[in-house]
Design a binder for this molecule. Sequence first.
Ligand SMILES: [Mg+2]
Length: 161
Amino acid sequence: MNEVIYSYTTEEVYNQIINKGIKYIAIDFDMTLISAHTRGCAFNPSEMVKHQHIQLINLIVLINNNKTLKVAITTFSSAPESIKDFLTIVLPNIDIPIVSGISRDKNNHIHQAFGIMSPKETLLIDDDTRNLMAAKDIGIHTMYCQIDKKDQKIYINVTNY
Ligand SMILES: [Mg+2]
């Protein structure tokens, strides 16, 4: 994988989503929406708020404001109720579907989240390159997300891999 990482603001990422004609946005949870790994276990949602990735939370608000776009959390976590409680705290007015469960195939989660969708209109935001490569293999757009704890920017590797 190319190590060059570009940083984008929330608005720049949102504009990329619009410019690429993306309509379905799947977002990973551990180490993507939060800067912690829950290892699939139940966690204290109010504690996890400290680890929220503000830029991605703000991105979900922008996506939700555009009624032509759909967003879902796709995660291998087996504790979706903890994720739901976390989302109720940080995004109280937005109902976000959560597709979870231990699997080695996140593409299945993406299909479950959005039903029949065109891969070209779909984006996966994730920190796990295996998930991203599998999504890319079927034509889904990918954004490799890294969290910078200093300035809370979204870091995205935009190179192909
Ligand atoms: Mg992850």
